[in-house]
Ligand binder design. Sequence first.
Ligand code: C2E
Ligand code: CA
Ligand code: CA
Length: 756
Amino acid sequence: MKWPGTLSIKQIALGFITGLMVLVSLIGGFAAYQTRAVTRSLELHDENAAYAELKAAAQRLLSQAEKQAASLADWDETRQQLVLPEYYSYWRDQRVYESGMLSGRYVRAALYTTAGLPLGPAPANVHLPARLPFRLPLKAPTSWLAGESGGPVLYRVFPIFIEARQPTPLGYGLIRLEFMPALRHQTFQFTDVASVALTLKPGETLRADALPARLTFRALPDPDRLRFQTILSRTLLAFLVLLLATALIGFVAYSRLLVRPLRRLSADIDAMQQGRFSPDHIRAQGMRISELENVRRSLYDYQLQLRALHGSLESQNREFHSQARRDALTGCHNRRAYEEDWESFREEVRKTPQDVAYLLFDCDRFKAINDTYGHAKGDRVLTIIASALVMALRANDRLYRLGGDEFATFLSRATPAQAKQIAQRCQNLLDAAAFSDLGINEPVGISIGIAFCGADALNQVDELPKQADIAMYTAKQPGRNRIAVYGEDTERASQTLVASRETSALFQALAAPGMIEMHYQSVHALPGRQVAYYEALARIRYHGDLIMPSAFLPVVNSRRLEAEFDRAVLRQVDADLASQQLAPGVGLSINLSAQSISHPEVVSQLLELSRHNARHPLMLEITETSLITQMVEVSTYLDLLRTVRYRIAMDDFGTGYSPLRYLVDLPVDVVKFDISLVNKLAQDNRAGRVVADFARMMIDAGYSLVAEGVESDAILEKVEALGIAHVQGYLLSRPLPLAEAAARLAGQDTGAPCTA
Ligand code: C2E
Ligand code: CA
Ligand code: CA
C-alpha cells in the first residue's frame, strides 16, 4: 500500500528536527518558568530579609535616640543648663559631643524651657523647632518623624526633672536625627542602601512606630541565589545549545550518511534504467553505512550480471542472426541475407554513387549430378563450388546462395573489367577443383552471368538481377563461353534475347491470340506406318514470317514465361481441336515445360482440355532434363492428369544424366528416344548395341517407345526391327499446318501412302 503523499527522507529529517525544536522549546519554556518561580520566591525571601534588616536598623536608630534622650535627661550638666544656661550654646554644640553622650554626625541635641521655647539661639545651619509642638507639661518622652526640606528628621522630646519624683519638669530636651543619612550609615547585608528612601512632605509628621512601613527599598540579591541562578541558566543554555548542536550535527550526518547515499543509489538506479550506467559508478567511492554499502554492492553486482547477461544475450542474438543469415550447407549467405543486403547495397549505392556489378552463378546440369550421384555428393559439389567462389571473390564481397545451385554476389566499386576478372578467377578455381575425388567423372562447370551498372546510370541498379539472369542464359547456351556480360555478350550472341524481333514477337503472341500457330507432325505406328497421333509444335507468325521454337524459346526461358507460353499453346490447341479438322480417333501430343506442370492455371486449363479426350486421345510430353526438378511435386500432378486420361511421355530421352532414375520415379507411359540416341542405332558398334539393348529392355518393361528424328530408311528399318512402337521424323513427315496435316490424314484414310 502506498502512503498518500510520499515524504522524502530529508522531509522526515526536517520534520524530526522541527519536532525536536518544539520539544526543546517546551522544555526550555517550562524550565524558564520554573526558574522564574523559584527566582521570584527567592527574591521575595530577599525582600523579606531586607525589610527585616531595614526595620531592625530603623529600630536601632529609634532606640539609640531613646537611649541618648534618656542619658541626657539623667545627666546633671543638662539640668545645670536649664538652671543656668550661660554656656548653653557651647554645651549644646561641643560639650555634649565631647562627653560621648551623643555620637554621629547626624544627631543634634537642644534644650527647651518649660514653656516649650528654645533655651538659646538656634545653631547655624540646623533647623530646630521654634516651639515644642505639644501641650505642656509633657510627662513622658515622645518621638516622631517630620518631613523637612533636607529629608525626614527624627525628633525625640523628653521632659527633664530635677528629681525623678518631682511632678513638674525643669525643662525639655530634644534629640534631632537626620534620619536617612543615619540610616544609610548602618551596615546592611540584604538591602541596597542607595535605594532606601522615605518620602515625607515638608511639614508632614509621622509617628515613629509607623516608620518601617513607610520605608521603600530594594533588596540586595542573595549572592548564593545569584550564583545558583547563573549556574542554572547557564546549564539550561548549555543544554539547549547542546541539543541544537546535536540536532544540527545529527541532521548533517543523517543527510551525509543516509540521504546523499540514498540519492546516489536512486540516481544510479535511474542511470541503470536508462542505460547510462558505467562501471565507473561501481568503482566510485563506497558508502559509509555498511547496510547501504551492501545494497550498493549487491545492486552494482546485479547490474554487472545483467550486463554480462545482456552481453551474452546480444552475442547469442548476433550468433542467431548470423546463423539465420547463413546457408546451412555451404556456409555462405542465404536468400534472406541476400534480400537484406541487396536492399542496403542499393541504398548505399544511391548515397555514394559508384560502379557496381552483379554476378550470377549457376552450376551446369547440377540436378542431374545430384540425382545421378545422390544428394550427399550433390551437397559436396555445392560446398566445393561455394568455397571456390568465396575464394575467388574479393575479401569484402559476399556470396549468396539463392537456392538450389544458384549463387549471386554484388560488387561495389567494380568496373566491368574487374567483374570479368573475378568471374574468370571463379571459373579457374572451379576448373582446378577435383570433383573426380568424389567419384564424379563428368566435368562440373558453372555459368556466370554478369550485369554492370556505371556510377552515372545508377537508376538502373534495380535491373541488375534480371540482366544478370539474361546474361546467365546466354552463358548457358551451348558452345558459348561460360561467362557472359549483359549488354556485351547478350546482344552480340543472340538477337533472340534482347530487344529482338523474337522478343517482341513473343510478347505480342502472348498478348494477342492467333499469333501462335501450331504445326502438327505425325507420329506413326510400326510396323504399318499408319499415323497414330500428331505432336503439336508451336511457331509464331510474325509479319508473315514463321519464328521457330529455337528462336523464341530462349526468350521464354530467360524471362521465365514458360507457364504463360504453355497456356497460350493450350488455348491454340483447344481452338484447333474444337475446329474438328482432324479426323476423330487420331491422338494429339502436346509439349509442356516442367515448370508448368505444377502451375495451377495450366493444370486447370489441362483439365478443361481433357474434354477432347473422347475424340482425340491426348498425351503430354515433358522433357527428361526438365523433369528432374521437384520430382515429387511433378509426379503428383502427373498422377492427377492421368486420372483425366492424359498419357505422359518423357521427351528427349537420352539427353540427360540419369534417364532410368526418372523412369522409375515418374508415372510415365511413353518414352521418346531423342534423335541423338536414335542416330546411334544406325551405328554398328558398341554404342549402337547398347542403345538397341536398352530399347529392347524398356519395351520388355512395358514402355511404349517413340523413335524421334528418323530421317533415313536405314534407321527406320533398325527401329522397326527392334520392335519400337512409334516413329517420328522428317522421313515420314515434317511438322505441317493444321489444314495440311488434316488433309494428309484424310488422304491416308483413303489409302494414300504416308511418307514425307
Ligand atoms: P521436340 O519436342 O523434341 O520436338 C521435335 C523437334 O524435332 C521439332 O522441332 C521437330 O521439327 C524436330 N524434328 C522432327 N523430325 C525431325 C527429324 O527427322 N530430324 C530433325 N533434325 N529434327 C526433327 P521444333 O518444332 O523446332 O521444336 C523444337 C523444340 O521446341 C521441341 O522439341 C520442343 O521441345 C519445343 N517445342 C515445340 N513446340 C512446343 C510447344 O508447343 N510447347 C513447348 N513447351 N515446347 C515446344
Ligand atoms: Ca516433343
Ligand atoms: Ca524430342
